[in-house]
Design a protein around this ligand. Structure first.
Ligand SMILES: [Zn+2]
Length: 234
């Protein structure tokens, strides 16, 4: 009986500690304000919004070309110079852009996937609304990781508009199976090998800063699509 009492006491104590810790943890709110004036930042936010409005959820071992074709069409409209001047290779929805530089020496590759995980759970705003509110773009994929797809395409778009030619060859790649560890990236790697390109630098998505680590997403098999048609907002 004494042991049961001690055990219950410990459980209650642990619960109290957890409760106090929860109550003392401040609610985190971003204080970030874009440096750029709205006439500069809003058109960029609108581009990201259009990308987010495309439902690019990927499902394990499920090939849905229409999903990627719709998204690629949006990319073509948002980044016309990139699609006019760079060589674009589409391997089953996975994209490889080649931007010829002044030299073949030390080519670089920037990577960022285009697919997103299923938008389960509760959402403050619909996950594929791409709503722009409170100085933010809302939706699935804004931070993981259409922001970095947009960042490299926008950077190249602006540099092309200035007539810039990079010193080295630049490759941009975007897998559409990253979220479930599919064969998209291996196909892109195979293509780069086939071309005999010896990359000097590879950079993948990253660089995000979280004030506090989010609860890790559950690992394992992603459930199959429920059959809702792929779509992109207007
Ligand atoms: Zn990611």
């Amino acid at each position: 009986m004494l042991y049961v009492g001690i055990l219950l006491g410990i459980v209650v104590l642990l619960l109290l500690v957890a409760l106090v810790k929860t109550l003392l943890t401040p609610t985190l709110k971003s204080t970030y304000v874009a440096d750029e004036p709205e006439e500069v930042s809003l058109p960029l936010a609108e581009k990201l919004s259009k990308m987010v409005q495309c439902d690019t959820t990927s499902f394990e071992a499920q090939n849905e070309p229409a999903r990627w074709e719709a998204f690629h069409q949006v990319l073509k409209e948002l980044f016309p110079l990139v699609h006019e001047k760079l060589e674009v290779t589409d391997i089953d929805g996975n994209l490889l852009y080649y931007w010829q530089g002044k030299s073949r020496e030390k080519p670089i590759l920037l990577m960022s996937h285009q697919d997103v995980v299923p938008a389960g759970g509760e959402w403050k705003h619909p996950p594929f609304s791409g709503l722009i509110e409170d100085g933010k773009v809302w939706g699935r994929g804004t931070s993981d990781t259409k922001c970095s797809v947009m960042a490299f395409l926008q950077a190249v778009e602006e540099l092309l508009s200035e007539g810039y030619t990079p010193d080295c060859d630049v490759y941009l790649s975007s897998s559409c199976t990253e979220e479930w560890g599919g064969d998209g990236c291996p196909k892109l790697v195979e293509e780069i090998r086939r071309r005999g390109v010896d990359l000097f630098l590879v950079m993948d998505e990253g660089g995000g800063t979280a004030a506090r680590a989010a609860t890790p997403a559950p690992r394992g098999r992603i459930p199959p699509s429920t059959g809702s048609p792929p779509s992109c907002g207007t």
